[in-house]
Design a protein around this ligand. Sequence first.
Ligand code: PLP
Length: 413
Amino acid sequence: MSKIPFITKEKAEEIASAFPTPYHVYDEKGISENADRVSSAFSWNPGYREYFAVKAMPTPAVLKLLKSHGCGADCASMAELLLAEKCGFSGSEIMFSSNNTPDEEFVKAYDLGAIINLDDITHIDVLNRLCGIPETICCRYNPGGIYSVSNHIMDNPGDAKYGMTRPQIFEAFARLKALGAKKFGIHAFLASNTLTDYYYPQLAEQLFTLARDLQYETGAQVAFINLSGGVGVNYQPDGYVNDILKIGEGVRQAYEKILLPAGMTDVAVFTEMGRFMLAPYGHLITRAIREKHIYKEYIGVDASACDLMRPAIYGAYHHITVLGKEDAVHDHVYDVAGSLCENNDKFAIDRSLPEIETGDLLCVHDTGAHGRAMGYNYNGKLRSGEVLLHPDGTFSVIRRRETVDDYFATIIW
Ligand SMILES: *Cc1c(COP(=O)(O)O)cnc(C)c1O
């Protein structure tokens, strides 16, 4: 099987003639349709909101596009808060889900009227001292142990630095209530990039049960449950693809099973997806500039791990299409490499691909989340820019590439 790019070779070359490779290109139509599917999956819940995890793609044109489809913004740093503010998000459209939070970030989030999600019980005193406790407040929960879905180990919350233990979250709710909080939220992020329709429903069941117990024991009114991120996308060309409509339906069933019988009928469900919102709707377009024949066959491209870090740090698979050769036989085996002086700077290892000639454009799939955003400047490599491809086939450059002046800008000579 193969993944079909949302861009043709002709369009990619047309963009490249105005805006040379490498560049990330994003599919406005795909993003919009997916965002609408997400809303409809949770439309049974009147208070539902997706808070897009800004770290996955901190690019204003796309943040505003998501906003136009009803999304809020999930931030975890000063710069992300400022970015959300500049994009027009305000008040409860901003979720501040940070950890190890510096004072000034609490103050900024408070001043914006953002919903503050406390990562730790000790943060109650910090926030109270800095700003006071807002009426609406959220606490992040960590159940510890190992997290599995249908006997399959998904992740290890007991090893994660995030969230409060069960006894702590009970104590936190009681103290926050005494300090004036009126509406409470619960947040948990227990597994990343899950490829199953059961992750959210199972997490929802766990958090709804906790919400019921917390409301019963502390009298605190639970106003929302934040299922956070973790809904995955399949980076491989075959295998399961999550069905957000089934996921939303699974959460609805958990809601009806646990919250409604407890008389909790107006609890809002929030999500904070990054990857699922954008990953499939981004491609890194890079040109083959060199070939090398030693113990293996190499194709050198003009992008590097500085533009897309996931293969280098996680050994992550990203599918590659050689544009214009979509139907050619995959009878060559290549390592596709960037130019960093780091041997892990490879977009593909031992990958079967059509014969690649210098000048060919390669499309690296699924770069719309945690792609450009994770870029860095090692070896003095300058990060690529970003292009938004509109539904009518026109495009806009939404971030220019970095220049040497950007690289020098922080240096005191
Ligand atoms: C990273 C992150 C997300 C988004 O995760 P995805 O895997 O991209 O869905 C959501 N919430 C928090 C707090 C995060 O740190």
